[in-house]
Design a protein around this ligand. Structure first.
Ligand code: ADP
Ligand code: MG
Length: 641
């Protein structure tokens, strides 16, 4: 900060031909103000942070005309005496930094320049009553001109009013956006601070109406942070988030992360904090993307709020005047912690898919629900819909894959080719209920106590319908299988390579020169993935082995698709980096593709495998692999409840 001050002087002295002179205090403040206060939202941030630093329990913000006309922040914190008021509006006056030690910064504020900066470009008034004091005082500063404190009528805390922000700097005034936009930005700032401080109650009003309210936490039996996140991100987030809590070498990551099926079309609902400070840090955003990469299509984004707490000496918050970017002493450690914590939590969530999926399905089935089925207006919040449906359909609109997913009849195979094999591969360490009885009619075991229940039938050769203890489960067999193959391949590759199955009759596949060469150039990589090929004259290859987990495959189609797939990648890219797509392509030719009729045993085997496999609640593109309808909801559909 000293630096930046220094720079501004320097540039003033090197420019122009005049005599070197010191800039006036007023000019220096205005230059600084340009960096600290960019717009109403940044002033709101500084003022609310001051209230939090002052130990406030209630903070109320009023913004008139998006804050351009008036920003008012009232708190019930410790307040200031008349003398302190005089100092508070001076530049580099702070009660928070005692020993010039910029390393251990514990408070939100530390530069002691926010109030002075705001005061230099607006009409500021600060009214305050120091805790325990008999009287309250108010000090006014107009565009940097300070007046003497005068008595005020205030029962407790501090009330700051900023009028006509930037009236003293018309150039800056021109850059302000519409009141609506400015109001929205300020609201976002308040939301973020409210997430980081669940014990503080917040309101935001436009002068007529309260538009945001984060109430004090009442029920102490619940995690206050989750309650607060629910108040801000919605009840659905509460239901569809997993708790994160991980520690590594003195760094701690906590918070809540949304399930992949509860994803969004943009990354705006990602809230990140470092030592309680909201940040938009690229390193963290990248780590989050990395952690979800396997579970979400590239244009889907998780909803989450993560709080990283690190020793003050591990992080430099002093790199950016608005303090939204930080610098870590060991970026790799931070990235590793975030990626592994998220992956673990998501893996522990297992086959859980978001509750909104079932809600959306029911919403679509319910007569007169008023929900348009398709196409849905993704990206825009459609305000004519109840908020629940909006979010649900947003989730439901995951991008369609390129593999013809769901077009069951088109892929229908002639009979005789239908008996695919499912491998039963339950992980040994899972405690699972055992099949209860044998159903007389079906002569099949009953798995109703299992989460995904007993397979009861298959519809359109694409969907498995199952019954569990309290509802109906519908599984998209193709999406589920694709996911299982991917997860199994990942594990197999990490261990000893994908198990292969030799073909009784090696299959010759005729291709063009180019595609054949592309495949052959990857011979080693493909064999690790379970596909063993050899050259067979010009433009042809012979396939000797295929991944065993695919069951019966159409070898020619698989090889042609793989060749197409490879055409899209640069040669430098390893197939493992494209695992998701490669496995998707392979799974697509496996035995359980859409359009394959499955036996009841195969269906049950698939359900059991899903239960035993992490991340099986969504396919590789973030679409759900199954929907569960609770009996209670189905009963509501029929007016039984
Ligand atoms: P900083 O927050 O970096 O110290 P500011 O210019 O934001 O600098 O505030 C200067 C000082 O004014 C603070 O250090 C604090 O002592 C006092 N102050 C500001 N706002 C409040 C408030 N709402 N309640 C009590 N004291 C405050
Ligand atoms: Mg401050």
């Amino acid at each position: 900060m000293v630096n930046q001050n220094h720079n501004s002087k320097q540039s003033a002295t090197t420019k122009g031909a005049g005599v070197i002179h010191m800039l006036s205090e007023r000019t220096i403040n205005r230059i600084a103000a340009g960096e600290v206060v960019e717009r109403p939202a940044s002033a709101v941030k500084e003022l609310v942070e001051n209230s939090i630093d002052a130990g406030a329990v209630h903070i109320d913000v009023v913004l008139r005309d998006g804050g351009k006309d008036l920003i008012q922040v009232s708190d019930d914190g410790q307040g200031m005496s008349a003398d302190e008021l005089g100092l508070a509006v001076e530049r580099h006056a702070t009660s928070k930094l005692t020993d010039e030690d910029l390393v251990n910064i514990a408070h939100l504020g530390f530069r002691g320049e926010a109030l002075a900066s705001i005061a230099s470009v607006s009409k500021l008034s600060v009214a305050s009553r120091a805790r325990g004091a008999e009287d309250a005082w108010v000090i006014r500063v107009d565009a940097g001109t300070k007046h003497e404190p005068t008595p005020a009528g205030l029962t407790s805390g501090t009330r700051i009013e900023v009028r006509d922000l930037f009236f003293a700097t018309p150039a800056r005034l021109k850059f302000m956006k519409t009141s609506r936009t400015e109001y929205g930005q300020a609201g976002d700032v308040i939301k973020r601070l409210a997430m980081a401080h669940p014990s503080v109650a917040f309101t935001l009003s436009d002068g007529d109406r309260t538009t945001f309210r984060a109430p004090p936490i009442a029920d102490m039996n619940e995690d206050p942070r989750l309650v607060r996140l629910g108040a801000i991100l919605g009840k659905e987030f509460r239901e569809n988030a997993v708790a994160i809590d991980a520690e590594r070498e003195g760094l701690r990551l906590t918070g809540y992360a949304g399930l992949p099926t509860y994803s969004r079309g943009n990354a705006q609902q990602q809230y990140l904090f470092v030592n309680g400070r909201p940040v938009k840090d690229r390193l963290i955003i990248g780590a989050v993307r990395g952690a979800y990469q396997d579970y979400l299509a590239r244009d889907r984004h998780p909803v989450l709020a993560l709080f990283l707490d690190v020793p003050a000496s591990f992080v430099d918050v002093n790199v950016h005047p608005a303090k939204s970017e930080v610098r870590f002493r060991d970026a790799g450690l931070v990235r590793g912690l975030i990626v592994s914590a998220l992956r673990h939590a998501l893996a522990a969530a297992g086959h859980r898919a978001s509750t909104t999926v079932a809600g959306a399905a029911l919403g679509a089935m319910r007569p007169h629900a008023g929900v348009p089925a398709m196409p849905f207006n993704r990206g825009h919040e459609n305000s004519s819909l109840p908020s629940g449906f909006r979010a649900q359909f947003d989730n439901f609109q995951a991008p369609l894959s390129r593999d013809g997913y769901g077009d069951g009849t088109a892929n229908f195979q002639p009979s005789g080719m239908q008996e695919g094999q499912m491998s039963l591969d339950p992980r040994g360490d899972m405690t699972v209920p055992s099949a209860r009885t044998v159903d007389e009619n079906l002569a099949q075991p009953i798995y109703d106590d299992f989460p995904l229940g007993t397979a009861r039938g298959q519809l359109h050769a694409t969907y498995i319908v199952a019954q569990n203890a309290d509802g109906i489960v519908i599984v998209d067999q193709h999406a589920a299988h694709e996911r299982l193959v991917y997860e199994k391949m990942k594990i197999a590759i990490a261990e000893s390579g994908v198990p292969r199955q030799g073909l009784l009759l090696p299959e010759v596949v005729e291709l063009e020169e180019g595609p054949a060469a592309r495949l052959l150039a990857r011979t080693d990589e493909l064999s690790e993935l379970g596909l063993v090929i050899e050259p067979f004259g010009e433009g042809a290859i012979v396939v000797r082995e295929v991944p065993a987990m695919l069951g019966k495959v159409d070898v020619k189609a698989l090889v042609r698709d793989m060749a197409d797939e490879l055409a899209e990648y640069s040669e430098a890219l390893s197939l493992k980096e494209k695992m998701e797509d490669v496995c998707g392509t392979m799974a697509c030719h496996g035995s359980v593709r859409a359009g394959r009729r499955l036996t009841v045993e195969e269906m049950n085997a698939l359900l059991r495998e899903m239960e035993a496999t992490p991340h099986s609640g969504q396919c590789n593109h973030g679409r759900p692999t199954y929907v569960e309808l609770k009996l209670a909801d189905v009963e509501k559909l029929f007016g039984r409840r």
